[in-house]
Design a protein around this ligand. Structure first.
Ligand code: AMP
Length: 395
């Protein structure tokens, strides 16, 4: 078997997603997830050639999950095909402007950014350390969610707070979903036959976490997420933008501590908090279709905030070559795409209702009429981008 495939690892605090991608065909040979890690009911699931497999792991942390992944790769005769491992890392601070190979200095710099992503970066590091131990001899590469946004100008990344907080504490907008935006920027330019070096693309990455990005000539010039992934759009359980005085207001009126308000804004707000139903957009859309007014209001707030941000980004771009929807909601929700496009009609968008309804479940394509400013759906693929970078760094 030729040693020509990339293992992509996306390590979260309690889950580990993985895929093996053949760089020549860009196809996934296997993909899966180890989940409920840290509990006594950890489980690894995978899919290969349409066949599903799973195994209980009992009490398992990251190292045990990666060991179990190695067993699965052995069992499926894939272990010999792996030439390198690519890791998603959430926060690269201002140090990392692009993907790179793992060295001791790189690991130390990722350690240094833990204070900016205390939940994510430690899990990402644990995944890298476990792979170094369990797959000795294979090169590891790291691909950062923040790196793509390092091209933002200072006027877009600085908060209007004392400048010393930026210089001394790193308080600034970093932005996330960068791997997805880089993929979407390139793919959109290819699909529309545009020169990426002369392109202005608006992207709405709408999943459980949601953000938008303005991409000019292939580079991020603004994005909605900030110092942390809480800022910006309405998300599944995250509020996005609120008045920062909410912290002191809730402390004085309800006695909420900093942690309680932080928890409320991250885990009990957004679609879930407003609807008081669910964080899953499908549940809210179904309720709205049945006449539930709160569900409809929740969707209205979501699309209002998104349209306002996109309109602001259009001003920063100066021109719109395409508005792209991606992520679980962006790729599947014809209802929300319609609402957002109607709110942006001032920019010359005319929705083609049929194309909009027909584009879902991983399908990509234009959803506007001939002669309209282009809006389209592009299915994102962060794993493919990580494998491309890893292949380029190790080839
Ligand atoms: P992601 O985080 O990108 O996996 O996206 C997850 C989100 O996509 C969840 O809020 C789902 O409700 C949403 N989603 C998936 N399919 C649909 C659909 N057909 N209509 C609306 N939302 C969807």
């Amino acid at each position: 078997m030729s040693k020509d495939s990339i293992l992509v690892i996306n390590c979260g605090s309690s889950s580990l997603k993985f895929a093996v991608i053949n760089p020549a065909t860009e196809e996934e040979t296997i993909n899966g997830i180890a989940e409920r890690m840290g509990s006594s009911e950890a489980l690894i699931r995978w899919k290969i050639a349409g066949q599903k497999g799973s195994k209980d792991l009992g009490q398992a942390a990251h190292e045990e999950a990666i060991s179990a992944l190695m067993d699965v790769l052995k069992q499926e005769n894939l272990i010999e095909s792996i030439s390198a491992i690519g890791h998603r890392v959430v926060h690269g601070g201002e140090t990392f402007t692009e993907s790179c190979l793992v060295t001791d200095e790189v690991l130390a710099a990722i350690e240094d950014t833990i204070k900016l992503a205390p939940l994510h970066n430690p899990a990402n590091l644990t995944g890298i350390h476990a792979c170094q131990k369990i797959f000795p001899g294979l090169p590891n590469a790291v691909v950062f969610d923040t790196a793509f946004h390092q091209s933002m100008p200072a006027e877009a990344y600085l908060y209007p707070v004392p400048y010393s907080l930026y210089k001394e504490q790193g308080v600034r907008r970093y932005g996330f979903h960068g791997t997805s935006y880089r993929y979407i920027g390139q793919t959109t330019a290819d699909m529309l036959g545009m020169d990426i070096n002369d392109s202005c693309i608006l992207v709405a990455h709408l999943g459980n976490g949601a953000s938008a990005c303005a991409i000019k000539n292939g580079k991020s010039i603004d994005t909605t997420m900030g110092l942390t992934p809480l800022e910006g759009l309405v998300m599944g359980t995250r509020s996005g933008d609120v008045d920062p005085n909410l912290f002191s207001y809730l402390n004085k009126t309800l006695g909420y501590s900093l942690d309680e308000t932080t928890d409320m804004l991250n885990k009990k707000s957004g679609l879930l908090g407003l609807s008081e139903m669910d964080s899953d957009c499908r549940v809210i859309e179904d309720a709205a279709a049945e006449g539930n007014e709160r569900a409809q209001l929740t969707l209205d707030v979501f699309s209002h905030v998104l349209a306002e941000k996109l309109a602001g980004f259009a001003a920063a771009l100066g021109r719109i070559d395409a508005l792209v929807f991606t992520g679980g909601i962006g790729e599947n929700s014809a209802t929300l795409r319609k609402q957002v496009i109607e709110r942006l009609s001032i920019f010359g968008f005319k929705l083609n209702e049929q194309l909009n309804e027909e584009t879902f479940r991983g399908k990509s394509g234009v959803i506007t009429e001939e002669g309209s400013t282009v809006a389209m759906v592009v299915a994102t693929n962060e794993e493919l981008m990580i494998s491309r970078d890893t292949q380029a760094l190790t080839a």
